[in-house]
Design a binder for this molecule. Structure first.
Ligand code: X2X
Length: 344
C-alpha cells in the first residue's frame, strides 16, 4: 500500500513536471498557418463584418499566432450552407460564423428561432440568446465536438417579392418563394398559401435576378447590400416573423490545440466581434432609428407595415406549424423560450 502510494506520488510528480514544462500550452509549431472560417455572406453584410472583426482581433491579440482567413459563400462546402456545421464538426472547416437556420438540420433545437412569430422584437431575441435557451443550444453544440463562443446576428427576416404588397396571408397565394434550408420554412410558406422552393443562397441570387422566383425572405441588411430593389423585389412587408442569430464556433480539436492563453484571446475576440456584429445588424432597423427602412423606401420600394390585427392573421395562419414544430424542437425548450420572452 505504502509502496503503491509512493509510486503514485512519483508518477504524479513526473506528470506535474511535464505540465510545468508544457505550461505555455501546445507548441506554436502545432498551430496551422491558416484557420479557415466559413460564412455565408462576406463584408459589407453585417455577418461578414462580424467575422472579419473576429479574425482581426484574434490576430492582434495572439500576435499573429492565430491567422483566421474567411471563406464566404459557404465555399468550403461548395455553397451548401446546410452542410457547414457537419463540416466543422469533422474538421473540414476549422471555424465558422454560422446562422442557426443553416445549422438546424443537424441541431433541431436551433429551429426555435424559426418558430413563426415567437419573437416580437429584439428584446425577445436577446432573451433567448442570452438566457437559458441560448445556454441549452450551446450545450447541444458542445455535444457535437464543436465549441460555441459567442452570438451575433443576421436579423429579423422580412418578406419581399416582385408582385404584390403583402398585407394578408391571402396576398401570398401562389407566390413562388425562395426559402432557406430548414424544412420548417417550407411548412410556414405552404401554410400561408405560397409556393416555397428551398434553395441555397448561392442559387437564390440568380433565381431572384432572372425572376425564377417571385420573392424571398431575409433581413433588410441583406436586401440593401444586395440591392434587391434592382432585382425587382419592390415590395417588402415588415412582419418580423423570425430572426436568425449567428454563432461563432470552433472545431473541438482545433480549439484543444490552442494554448489556454490563446483560447482566451479567441473567445474575447468573438465576444467583442459579436457585440459589434449585433450593432451593425440592427443599425437603422430599430424603433428609434428606421433610417435603413427609409433609405430603401427612397428607392421607390413599397414597405408595408402591419397593424397588430393584420399581423395576428399571419400568426393564426401558421399556428399549426408552430404546434407541430414545438414538438419536434422539444416542448420543454419552447416553454422555456416563451417564458424568457414573457419576462424580458
Ligand atoms: O441563405 C440565406 O437566406 C441567408 C444568407 O440568410 C442564410 O444563410 C440563412
Amino acid at each position: 500500500m505504502t509502496r503503491r502510494l509512493a509510486q503514485c506520488v512519483g508518477g504524479c510528480m513526473v506528470v506535474a513536471a511535464l505540465l510545468v514544462v508544457g505550461a505555455g500550452g501546445p507548441a506554436l509549431a502545432d498551430y496551422k498557418d491558416e484557420y479557415r472560417v466559413s460564412t455565408v455572406v462576406p463584408a459589407p453584410f453585417p455577418w461578414g463584418l462580424a467575422a472579419e472583426r473576429w479574425a482581426e482581433l484574434a490576430a492582434e491579440r495572439t500576435d499573429g499566432r492565430i491567422n483566421m482567413v474567411i471563406y464566404p459563400g459557404a465555399q468550403l462546402v461548395q455553397g451548401e450552407q446546410t452542410r457547414e456545421f457537419t463540416a466543422m464538426r469533422r474538421g473540414v472547416i476549422d471555424m465558422a460564423v454560422g446562422s442557426t437556420i443553416n445549422w438546424s438540420p443537424q441541431i433541431v433545437e436551433m429551429n426555435i428561432f424559426s418558430l413563426p412569430f415567437l419573437m416580437p422584437d429584439y428584446a425577445a431575441l436577446d432573451a433567448l440568446t442570452q438566457g437559458p435557451v441560448g445556454e441549452r443550444i450551446f450545450e447541444r453544440i458542445r455535444e457535437n465536438e464543436v465549441v460555441p463562443l459567442a452570438w451575433a446576428e443576421n436579423g429579423f427576416r422580412e418578406v419581399t417579392n416582385s408582385k404584390v404588397a403583402i398585407r394578408t396571408p391571402a396576398d401570398m397565394r401562389g407566390l413562388k418563394m425562395r426559402v432557406v434550408g430548414s424544412p420548417i420554412y417550407n411548412d410556414i410558406f405552404t401554410a400561408l398559401g405560397a409556393n416555397p422552393t428551398q434553395m441555397s443562397w448561392a442559387d437564390a441570387q440568380p433565381a431572384l435576378s432572372t425572376g425564377a422566383v417571385d420573392g424571398q425572405e431575409n433581413p433588410l441588411t441583406i436586401y440593401s447590400v444586395l440591392k434587391m430593389h434592382e432585382l425587382g423585389q419592390d415590395h417588402i412587408t415588415l412582419w418580423r416573423y423570425v430572426a436568425d442569430p449567428l454563432i461563432f464556433a470552433v472545431n473541438q480539436a482545433v480549439w484543444d490545440s490552442f494554448s489556454e492563453e490563446d483560447r482566451g484571446h479567441v473567445l474575447d475576440a468573438a465576444l467583442e466581434a459579436g457585440a459589434y456584429g449585433i450593432e451593425v445588424a440592427r443599425a437603422g432597423l430599430t424603433a428609434d432609428d428606421e433610417s435603413l427602412i427609409e433609405e430603401i423606401e427612397g428607392f421607390g420600394v413599397t414597405v408595408t407595415r402591419l397593424s397588430s390585427d393584420e399581423r395576428a392573421a399571419f400568426v393564426d395562419a401558421t399556428r399549426d406549424v408552430y404546434a407541430d414544430w414545438r414538438e419536434r424542437i422539444g416542448a420543454d425548450l419552447v416553454d422555456m423560450a416563451e417564458e424568457s420572452i414573457a419576462n424580458r
